[in-house]
Design a protein around this ligand. Sequence first.
Ligand code: SF4
Length: 372
Amino acid sequence: MITDIRGLYVHIPFCIRKCNYCDFASLGGSFDEHIDAYIDRLLSEAEEYRENEKVKIDTLYFGGGTPSLLSLERLEKILLPLSDIFDFSSDLEFTLEANPGTLDYEKAVGYRSLGVNRISMGLQSIHENELKILGRIHTYTDFLECYSALRRAGFENLNVDLMYGIPECTVDSFGKTLDAVTALSPEHISAYGLIVEEGTPFYNMRKTLALPTEDEEADMYYLASEKLARAGYSHYEISNYARAGRESRHNLRYWHDEEYIGIGVSAYSYYKNKRYGNTRSLKEYLSSAPRENYEKIDGEAERFEYAMMHLRLSSGIDLTVYKERFGIPFAYGKEDRIAEYSERGLVSISGNRLSLTEQGFYLSNMILSDLL
Ligand code: SF4
């Protein structure tokens, strides 16, 4: 849907140390050397979006990397020009990703005073052996201290990232992680399955990693769905669970196929019906390398993106809206496949909405590549 309100994503590509599984555009240990030049470059990129009638923004998301490495002064140095270039709405959802060990009470209070109202924390596991294997910089105790500091500082909207399928992780150990985190009652929980990506230390170690089997991983996925539903979280997207009204508004924008602007290394934008991305190389970004993958989305590509994004959500696709927008029914010519998935309990059709079931979510890659 094209609206004149967008989301703004700001990528901070620095971390204290690179985690063993990490495939994000982030660099370990190079923060001080590059951060000020990086902020200058970010702001010059943001200037490209200055318009006479300012672009309206109602979600702002600082992702990374580890944005919580930013001092209050540096965060303010970024925010002041951004709030001049863009028109931030009065009910702005302002999320900042944080890692335990990089955020204390004082900084949390400062972030609140600068308008941050949602923190997304990377925990992954409560078990020290699993955190160590992942190469995380923090312990579970660090996380608990950070969580408590955020609550005391007045944050009422927190997300905790969890991971299953970690080497040495069992269904039982993952269940304990879920129980401990739901007992804290964050407003939002994300649970992602580990993917061993090429180019990461885990990829080189893949033959020796004690990874859970596919069946165990499936059990972990269903355990998360079950325990989180029982704890009052709605499974609104394949990997995301929220208390009522606490879904990530910024991420919903991606899944609803709405426009957003991304600035920084590796950041993608979908703006004025075009999609484009920045280089993943910090060096190239700092030297103002041109954007990559510049493409106008229309025709089949637009239908594909729309369907793929909407089917990640429990609300699925509105078949009437789809047909009105694209002029043909969803999955035209594949009605028999839909009927088969529906019989197998993987797809649900209710009124004019088609969505994936819990089981369908787990098999979404296979279903989407078949239908789209
Ligand atoms: S903290 Fe996040 S972005 Fe940084 S290295 Fe670890 S997984 Fe990657």
